[in-house]
Ligand binder design. Structure first.
Ligand code: NAD
Length: 416
């Protein structure tokens, strides 16, 4: 989706963690490669009767710790390398929060803005049929990602259930509540971002309340993070979406922005009691906490030096390049890495899957409490590992994750 080499980035992050763990070269090779990459080319009959052929992918990175798990992305720039990198990050993400999954990712190269609802449904049903040889409630469980939502997950669940001959809710997560979705799932990623930001502030001996927060991206993750940051006493001074950003050092009315300006023509820039600025300028605003919650490759060698925040919490996947990581580290700005900060979504997906398999559903409070406990414990473990190895939070999170996956892989042994 961006010009950044995300697969190279994911492999370098693995190499750094492997050095700390003194892993066998063969094992590093196993962990650096996806277990399975499926490429499908499939036709869809459009509303006007014409046939379009789309390319889609499902990549399963590692299943050492359990079934694989990961979202399905619909975007014109989706490709095999990006899907592979995202599947690797899913493996580490599930391992760092210690849920029993390996990582996967899927996607279709498509601009959904050019599709009618009917075409989107047909594309989804055909794509999931093409990859149904590798997905399943005990093998590989998809979820939403950029360009897909609860309705798309409902079509996936229905298609796979029709093919099985009975309803299989556990085959996909992020479903609507009435189809076996979980309370709290929609807000879970943003909630996890804020829980980890609060923990990071504690470890820096700062109260979260009163911190000035800037958030890039005002979609699912960014808007929920903004609302919960405000609920916990922080002041959200800047937000942006794909149309650009707005800034008011006295604070922005988060709920009003979401309810009245988000998703409408012109986006949040229609709000007038704030200074309009570009997404590039937004990242360089004076603030305490910067939360990149939009897309990858946003903090780079070009702009990292200009970041004025005292803490970066990654809501998006891969928003900071390796060069930017180094620059931020040299400036003494901690970065709570994506595999930890945005893991709330997959934790709630795990809760949804557990509830589906048991046909026994939890209250929203139960989901939120269990989610917060996992995020707090995971942050504490990463913080402790950081201190032990005198490194940064990303490397510490990777050390924990890679060690867990490596241990599972060696304990299981290599078949046959
Ligand atoms: P979304 O589509 O709901 O929102 C994305 C937001 O980013 C929108 O406000 C959009 O306008 C904005 N945006 C798009 N391009 C931009 C650009 N070039 N500059 C600035 N803003 C831009 O997506 P989401 O679900 O909120 O996901 C955001 C990020 O979080 C992605 O990297 C995704 O992979 C990651 N993530 C999401 C979840 C989840 O549960 N939704 C879980 C883990 C990670």
């Amino acid at each position: 989706m961006s010009e950044v080499d995300v697969l190279g980035m994911a492999r370098k992050q693995l190499a750094v963690a492997a050095q700390y763990l003194d892993l066998d070269e063969g094992l590093v090779q196993v962990l650096g490669m996806p277990r399975r990459q499926v490429i499908v080319n499939f036709p869809v009959v459009m509303d006007n009767g014409e046939v379009n052929v789309y390319q889609g992918y499902r990549v399963q990175h590692n299943s050492g710790r359990g079934p694989t798990k990961g979202g399905i992305r619909y975007h014109p720039h989706v490709d095999l390398d990006e899907t592979t990198a995202l599947s690797m990050w899913m493996t580490w993400k599930c391992a760092v929060v210690n849920i029993p999954y390996g990582g996967a990712k899927g996607g279709v190269k498509v601009n959904t803005k050019q599709l009618s609802k009917r075409e989107l449904e047909k594309l989804t049903r055909r794509f999931i049929t093409e990859i149904n040889i590798v997905v399943g409630e005990r093998s590989d469980i998809p979820a939403p990602d950029i360009g897909t939502n609860a309705q798309v997950m409902a079509w996936i669940m229905d298609t796979l259930s029709m093919q099985a001959g009975y309803t299989v809710p556990g085959v996909v997560t992020g479903k609507p509540l009435e189809l076996g979705g979980s309370e709290g799932r929609v807000e879970a990623t943003g909630r996890g971002v804020v829980v980890t930001a609060i923990e990071a502030c504690k470890s820096m001996n700062k109260p979260f309340a009163g911190q000035k927060v800037v958030i890039q991206g005002f979609g699912n993750v960014g808007s929920v993070a903004a609302e919960l940051a405000e609920e916990n006493g922080a002041v959200v001074v800047g937000v942006s979406d794909a149309t650009g950003g707005i800034y008011n050092p006295k604070g922005l009315p988060v709920r009003e922005l979401y309810q009245r300006y988000s998703g409408v023509e012109g986006g949040i820039r229609n709000y007038k009691d704030a200074e309009p600025l570009s997404n590039e300028e937004l990242l360089e605003l004076p603030c305490d906490i910067l939360m990149p919650c939009a897309i990858q490759g946003q903090l780079t060698a070009e702009n990292a030096d200009k970041v004025k925040a005292h803490l970066v919490v990654e809501g998006a996947n891969g928003p900071t390049t390796l060069e930017a990581d180094q620059i931020l580290s040299d400036k003494g700005i901690p970065v709570v890495p994506d595999i930890l900060a945005n893991a709330g979504g997959v934790v709630a997906s795990y809760f949804e899957w557990v509830q589906d398999l048991q046909n026994f559903f939890w209250s929203e409070d139960q989901v939120n409490e269990r989610l917060a406990a996992i995020m707090r414990n995971s942050y504490a473990a990463v913080h402790e590992t950081q201190a032990k190895h005198k490194t940064d939070l990303r490397t510490a999170a990777m050390i924990i994750a890679v060690e867990r996956v490596a241990r599972a892989t060696t304990t299981r042994g290599i078949f046959p």
